[in-house]
Design a protein. Sequence first.
Length: 382
Amino acid sequence: MAATLGYAEPIDSEFEDDPFPSKVGGKPRWLDPTCPLEADRVICDECSKPMVLLMQLSAPEDDPPEAFHRMLYVFICHNGICHKAGAKRCMRVFRSQLPEENAVYMENNIDAANENDVEWVMAEGVVRAPVCVVCGLSGNKACSKCHKRRYCSRSHQIADWDAGHKAQCCGDVPMKPESAEHHRKLQRMVYPEHIIVSEEEPACGESDEDDDGEDTENINPESLAVVPVTNERVEDSEVEVDPAFMKFQKRIQKNPDQILRYARTPESNETAEPLFVSDSDQPKADDISKCANCGATREFEFQVMPQMINYLSIDSVDPNSIDWGTLLVYTCSRNCSSSSTGYIEEIVCRQQFSSHGIGQKYMRAYYGDETAFTKQFDSLDI
Ligand SMILES: [Zn+2]
Ligand SMILES: [Zn+2]
Ligand SMILES: [Zn+2]
Ligand SMILES: [Zn+2]
């Protein structure tokens, strides 16, 4: 069962008008802009500040009709130190849905000859709710002096004040435009924006069939470790073999720029298996609780790959920078309606590269340390 792969590309002119974008970074583009997510649902348990958008993914479903428009949002804390704690404390996933008939969007320019050529535009009279100028979450707080700048939280109000609103705020008279420096500082408080484009993972060629079998333990680690290693390191890798990492490595090197793997297929009920980065620390049944909204089981839907970190403009030398092997997202198998609560929280699990398996040995041999490995994954050449 093949996964659909996601790749990051620069934003283009069409992106601005896309009401349902799949993207990395920037501010969230809410499926229902009359109802943005409130900051109190994404407060980091470590630093008590609102998390920012890592990515959003448009993943519509035919069943049930309430999932006709369907968007998934992943938020993470911007502060790398918080990521030393468990993923539950510094990461959140939310799902938002709308049926085909809804008050927010209407169809436009339908080509009668081509049913699929549908363009969605905002319906007349829809009023966007105010959002935070820093992060795009619900802006239900305002600057107490000018009452014009909107914020999700006190921490983002302070951040904007220091970034330039102090010089811009004029009380009752019209506000001065944002200076270029102010604008740049605000942009650095969220991740750089990229479009996510998708492509089905090419089927494995005949010669590669073993890659996907369960018999990965039969692979000789030395045949993979063609990097220059000292005798001592080869010895190490013979002792410590992590079959999951080896499978991961072989799968990734065919499409090394993938930032996302999406498991569902619209035409079938089958889903692709997660590609784990290690044998240890895989999510267990207990980690995947049932949907809190409807009680259905949650199933694996997509995973964020370590290559996405390359697009976040993170200082890779900083030992406290954000890092992961993979982020695994599990969602309600029934796509239950979000209309009563607006946003349904789903589950994200983080798996790190093994700290004792061949993964780390390989990384050390090749790059000196494992942090550098994830930052430079796409230069991997074995
Ligand atoms: Zn934090
Ligand atoms: Zn904010
Ligand atoms: Zn103000
Ligand atoms: Zn549910």
